[in-house]
Design a protein around this ligand. Structure first.
Ligand code: AMP
Ligand code: MG
Length: 472
């Protein structure tokens, strides 16, 4: 049953939020609703009435006995510190299911104290895009916030043109970000209270620990490494890994200018504002490490009273990141290659392969499937360097006593279906025109990314001019 608590509001001082109900909209219309997620959250029966559903999930109606809030936070955006907060979102509350707490948040729900010059709204298209992307990530097995619904508001949103407005219902383990710690440390004087709240929520076992803050840092690093390795596995580019867009819970959050890479290149960027490639595909581990150093800096006073001591401890933990990332990245790439018994020389095998994929502009996703089914692109087959690579790979693959184990590794780690940019755009333009068929069809396909099926072909040259945007 839907029973929204608000531990954030109940347990934290008022500097951390602002009471804020969603701003009502004119003519809400429910465009998509995630039945299976609603069942998992045990709220499916609450949303069996379509009128109530569209009213609550658009913000037109506020549930009795709930206390929606906008959360305060800060963040480093493209390396620059900024004060932020939920400028276009409100946390309706937290649904607790089998002891697990989930935030239920409306995004695009109107102006708040933190809106700065923004209108608090979102375009229908960008909310449908987040729905598709986050659900795709979920089915790919990547940790992510999820999407419960998208409602068309019936109101215009003014950007460079006039668009339909939309509200997304986002479900997350929490919306606590690295940037929330920056805010807690430098603007509230309540760092300890806040950190203990977060640890109790996400890492309760740590509270017994003498240095709970340092252990917490280790856990966040651990989750972040797993997450970025998984992004690299499926070719995901977040696009705007500012510290306010990095969840403490290790979930992918804030699907703005994100996209999946088609042809492999580590410098791939789609975001219209990322001109330096700060958030390029291959730079994501480096940026995650940078963001984590901001987290470490924010909790220093809790790590040790003596600042020098605190810095030394935090640095020692942060310094484990590159090697640990490399270790897990290598294990992941070996799994994609079906190598069950990896050796240190396999790192070179991976590097050499990626150089070849970049040189010949080969589709990242499709390559691993083609390796699995021996249907490799002719451009690679015609390159002697690749053929040499292939025999090295075969030797590595054959270290496994059982060929089936290697193939199973490949099948589990190499998706066949990903949300290709051209398919997303097609489904969004149909949806905006009032036809949800293409969108629902794509969603259906994205829910079985590893099932054996034909690979997807990207129109030649499509990505060259493809751009994604923030704040739409
Ligand atoms: P994002 O790039 O989506 O992570 O957003 C960065 C910050 O800008 C967050 O604090 C958002 O709440 C805020 N923001 C983005 N779009 C709007 C908008 N249309 N109105 C108000 N605030 C916004
Ligand atoms: Mg954000």
């Amino acid at each position: 049953m839907l029973k929204l608590e608000n531990s954030y509001r109940a347990q934290l001082p008022s500097q951390f939020y602002e009471d804020q109900v969603p701003i009502s909209v004119a003519h809400p219309e429910l465009l998509c609703f995630n039945d299976s997620l609603a069942q998992d959250l045990k709220i499916d029966e609450d949303f069996s009435n379509p009128d109530l559903t569209k009213n609550i999930l658009s913000g037109k109606q506020v549930l009795k006995n709930t206390n929606p809030i906008a959360q305060a936070y800060a963040g480093h955006q493209f390396g620059q510190f900024t004060m932020l907060g939920d400028g276009r979102a409100v946390l309706l509350g937290e649904q607790v299911v089998d002891g697990n707490r989930f935030d239920v948040q409306l995004k695009g729900s109107g102006i708040t104290k933190y809106s700065r010059r923004g209108d608090g709204r979102a375009t229908l298209s960008s909310m449908l895009r987040e729905y598709l992307m986050s659900e795709a990530m979920f089915y790919l097995g990547v940790k992510t916030t999820r999407s419960l619904a998208v409602v068309k508001t019936g109101e215009p949103v003014y950007r460079e043109k006039i668009f339909d407005g939309g509200v997304l219902t986002r479900i997350a383990q929490s919306h606590i970000r690295v940037g929330t710690f920056e805010y807690a440390r430098f603007y509230t004087g309540q760092l300890e209270t806040f950190t203990k709240y977060v640890i109790e929520r996400h890492d309760p076992d740590l509270l017994r620990h003498d240095n709970y803050a340092l252990e917490f840092l280790k856990n966040v690093i651990d989750r972040q490494i797993d997450l970025i390795v998984d992004w690299m596995r499926v070719g995901f580019i977040h696009g705007v890994m500012n510290t306010d867009n990095m969840s403490i819970a290790g979930e992918t959050i804030d699907y703005g200018p994100c996209a999946f890479m088609n042809t492999y290149h580590p410098k791939t960027v789609f975001s219209s504002i990322d001109r330096q490639g700060r958030y390029a595909f291959g730079n994501q581990p480096h940026i995650a490490h940078w963001n984590l150093s901001i987290l470490a800096n924010s909790i220093l006073p809790l790590i040790a009273k003596n600042e020098k001591e605190a810095v030394a401890s935090a640095e020692a933990v942060l310094h484990t990141f590159p090697d640990e990332f490399a270790r897990r990245y290598s294990a992941m790439m070996c799994a994609k290659l079906g190598i069950t018994h990896s050796e240190s020389s396999d790192n070179q095998l991976v590097d050499d392969l990626l150089a070849l994929l970049a040189k010949h502009s080969i589709d990242y996703t499709n390559f691993f499937v083609s390796l699995r089914y021996d249907s490799i692109d002719n451009r690679l087959l015609a390159d002697q360097t690749f053929m040499t690579w292939h025999s090295r790979w075969q030797k590595a693959f054959n270290r496994s006593a059982n060929k089936e184990d290697g193939l199973a590794f490949m099948d589990q780690n190499n998706p066949i279906i990903i949300p290709r940019n051209h398919l997303i755009e097609e489904s969004l333009s149909d949806a905006i025109a009032g036809n949800m068929f293409t969108f629902n069809n794509l969603l259906q396909k994205l829910s079985k990314p590893y099932a054996h099926q034909d690979t997807q072909q990207v129109p030649t040259g499509y990505d060259q001019n493809y751009q994604t945007f923030c704040g739409t």
